[in-house]
Design a protein around this ligand. Structure first.
Ligand code: DHB
Length: 317
């Protein structure tokens, strides 16, 4: 039995890896992901042109078992830290840079420079950061999204074919809730050279409150932030399902994966790999070993040998 998989142009020894944002901002955390055998890839914190300190704390809250809210405000070391990271050559698994520039020009500059480092396996272009005040999520502005993707596409398609074949163009989408939106976004993606889609980012601008203290639980934006954990699993599954049916891209599932069953469900809906956010935040690096065992146990019980034996094979009634 094996959790080996392929996402776009990238081979992974395990279908499990971190969601961008969780313990992946500094080199020590990135190395920690490299050291854990159950982790399939190393994904960086979303980066911007310049380093950022992010929002005033508290910026994260979880209930210790199921749900979380965050509004970090893109704290990161600046893109050079991630693309010039001298440890990359020592990593023995794919290294993917998440990019969330503050404007189109920044995104294009970072993409261009990322491609120039042959040791970087790909990008996850973040179209769904919900936590920058005054900035809407690109993934909800279809015109801006189309513009950015077509410009990144020009850069990617001008790459030499050798590099192009081992460079992965991924995007991370916000959750959608409307069938027309699924089709519109799938159309944009199908007219591009995008290889992978990560579904979904946190559910933007939710509000978790404490009824005892009668207050919000994080400081930024009067307590509003991205919701993660069990409460968004059903939304994540529908997005994984829809984009796996409507596009030719490989889908990376993210949202509400707390145990092996949740990972199994994502894969059944069409995910070829899954990212762990809230549960990684709560449990630390050991979560990957736990999830690997838990998912392999389900596969053993069902007599599945590989991810492909059940990937996307969800039955209709
Ligand atoms: C942040 C949160 C996100 O969901 C994201 O996609 C990028 C950045 C943040 O608050 O740092």
């Amino acid at each position: 039995m094996s959790l080996k998989t392929k996402i776009g142009n990238i081979n992974l020894n395990s279908c499990l890896f971190n969601a961008s944002g969780v313990y992946c901002k500094i080199k020590e955390e990135l190395s920690n992901l490299n050291t854990c055998n159950s982790v399939g890839a190393i994904l960086t914190k979303s980066c911007t042109l310049e380093s950022r300190v992010g929002n005033d704390p508290p910026i994260y809250w979880d209930d210790g078992s199921e749900n979380s809210i965050n509004s970090s405000g893109l704290p990161n070391m600046g893109y050079k830290y991630y693309i010039e990271n001298e440890d990359i050559v020592k990593y023995d698994k794919p290294y993917i840079v998440s990019i969330s520039g503050m404007c189109e020009e920044d995104n294009l500059k970072i993409v261009k420079e990322t491609i120039n480092n042959n040791d970087i396996s790909g990008i996850e272009l973040n179209l769904s950061c919900p936590n920058i005040e005054g900035k809407s999520q690109i993934g909800y502005d279809f015109e801006a999204m189309q513009n950015l993707i077509s410009k990144v596409d020009l850069i990617i398609s001008s790459m030499k074919s050798m590099r192009r074949n081992n460079f992965n163009f991924g995007v991370k989408l916000p959750p959608y809730f409307d069938m027309l939106h699924f089709r519109l976004v799938a159309d944009i993606i199908n007219n591009s050279s995008i290889n992978t889609i990560t579904c979904v980012n946190s559910l933007g601008n939710g509000l978790i409150i404490n009824h005892i203290s009668e207050s919000v639980v994080i400081k930024p934006k009067r307590g509003h932030g991205g919701i993660g954990g069990s409460s968004i699993k059903s939304i994540a599954l529908s997005n994984v399902r829809q984009f796996s049916l409507l596009t030719k891209c490989d889908i990376i599932g993210c949202g509400g994966i707390m145990n092996g069953i949740d990972a199994f469900e994502h894969i059944l809906c069409g995910a070829k790999a899954v990212q762990i956010g809230t549960k990684f935040y709560m449990d630390g690096i050991d979560v990957f070993t736990f999830l690997e065992k838990d998912l392999l146990k389900i596969m053993r019980d069902k007599n599945y040998k590989t991810i492909n034996d059940f990937c996307g094979k969800l039955k209709d009634l």
